[in-house]
Design a protein around this ligand. Structure first.
Ligand code: UD1
Length: 417
């Protein structure tokens, strides 16, 4: 299993380009199931979650071909199986995103229940409830969700908590339903807007994406389209925090600054100087960061996917901070590993109290989930000496060429096979 060996203590300086957004790409790949014509995608990030998704779509019977420019053609003309097997769903929960499209276009789907997950129980009851409201018959058999519907019917669906992939699954299903579906208390994440824009390019009739009420008027069929995936706001935020922690100066290109308001505001509060235009962000930091309090919540509030990275910054910041996680119940697994590096963190319920220390010290640590592992890389960049991070397959799920990008900014990150 690969490890990362990181020599800490270098100030980050330079420029890198941000990759396409994983969390936009995953639902958009599944949207290709909604038409027999070709969906061409650009700016698809090269990540393990994307290859898992392509393996799943290939298993279902989708024709997939890559072109020379890195674009991809997806065609779901004739499918072999309407099924997402446990072996794939257990490695990536977002596999649940095939449920809505398969059911809407083929009238049937069998998708394994995701099961336990490192960062909490993460049920899919709202996906199921929404599809039932649209007329689907759903049973749970042998660990699989088995859904059937002659043709889904438009419905008014109120989701009693905000779910990102739940909103996406229902939006895709409703695109081919008979009549209008209204999703209330919908998630407002920019990735939802990206998916809606792709569906609209394929002929769907959707309004309100990016607000808490999304209206989808079902159409008889969708057609092929060309679409470019939006930039990854979490990758962008991770590099910004890294630069702030190392008191560096970096420029990030090919990003989208309008998707990062909460993160940028917190970095400014920590003392960073940030300038933005539409697709470029420059950050410079000329002092030790100040501790900042964080509370995660659905977009546009502070993202749970940036919580661990800000905790890493608070570990070496001046002052004391509190970090409250409101989305997932078990998302502090990085704390124990950070303590191995010398951090001073206490957890009480869903809040972590972080007392900034003068320095961290390199040690062996273990990556436990995707964003937790990113936070360990950040802590390692400022720790004295060498940190070795094990189980970095978690990082490869969501960060494209992480060692190459950090090294381009002057860091010393080595992948050890
Ligand atoms: C998505 C993101 C993930 C991010 C998360 C929250 C993708 C592929 N992943 O995950 O990176 O951390 O949003 O921003 O986009 N819930 C239920 N019932 C459901 C669905 C969700 O109770 O049917 C709960 C979950 O347990 C959790 C909360 O709702 O507590 C939010 O989860 P959700 O937004 O669904 O997360 P994901 O879509 O899985």
């Amino acid at each position: 299993m690969d490890k990362l060996a990181i020599q800490g203590g270098t100030r980050l300086e330079g420029e890198i380009c941000i990759s396409g957004a994983k969390n936009a790409a995953l639902p958009i790949l599944c949207a290709a199931l909604l038409t027999e014509e070709t969906l061409h995608l650009d700016n698809l990030p090269k990540l393990r979650d994307i290859s898992t998704s392509l393996t799943l779509l290939g298993h279902i019977g989708m024709q997939i071909s890559l072109d020379e420019t890195g674009g991809i053609d997806l065609q779901a003309a004739r499918l072999d199986r309407l099924e997402a097997p446990y072996s794939l769903v257990k490695t990536m929960r977002a596999s649940i995103l095939v449920l809505g499209p398969l059911l809407a276009r083929y009238g049937e789907a069998r998708v394994s229940l995701p099961g336990g997950c490192a960062i909490g129980s993460r049920p899919v009851d709202l996906h199921i409830k929404g599809l039932k409201a649209m007329g689907a018959e759903i049973s749970i058999e042998h660990g699989y969700i088995h859904a059937k519907a002659a043709r889904l019917q438009g419905a008014r669906i109120f989701m009693d908590s905000v779910t990102v992939t739940g909103t996406e699954n229902l939006m895709m299903a409703a695109s081919l339903a008979q009549g209008t579906t209204t999703l209330e208390n919908a998630a407002r994440e920019p990735e939802i807007v990206d998916l809606a824009n792709c569906l609209i390019a394929m002929g769907a009739d959707i309004s309100g994406a990016g607000t808490d009420t999304v209206r989808i008027r079902g159409v008889g069929r969708l057609h092929g389209a060309r679409f470019s995936i939006m930039p990854d706001r979490i990758e962008t935020g991770t590099y910004l925090v890294a630069a702030a922690m190392t008191q560096g100066k970096i420029k990030l290109r090919q990003t989208r600054t309008d998707t990062l308001d909460a993160v940028i505001e917190k970095l400014r509060e920590a003392g960073a100087k940030i300038s933005c235009d539409q697709d470029t962000i420059t950050l410079s930091m000329d002092r030790r960061p100040s501790a900042v309090n964080i509370k995660t919540a659905p977009y546009p509030a502070f993202p749970t996917d940036m919580q661990a990275q800000f905790m890493a910054m608070n570990c070496i910041a001046e002052g004391v901070s509190s970090i409250t996680e409101t989305i997932f119940e078990n998302r502090f697994m990085h704390v124990q590993e950070m303590q191995r590096l010398g951090a001073n963190i206490e957890i009480e319920g869903n809040t972590a109290l972080v007392r900034g220390v003068d320095k961290l010290e390199g040690a062996m640590v273990m990556a436990t989930d995707l964003r937790a592992s990113a936070s360990l890389v950040l802590a390692a960049l400022v720790a004295e000496g060498e940190t070795v991070i094990e189980r970095i397959y978690h990082i490869d799920r969501g960060y494209e060429r992480i060692e190459e990008k950090f090294n381009q900014l002057g860091a010393h990150v080595k992948r050890v096979h």
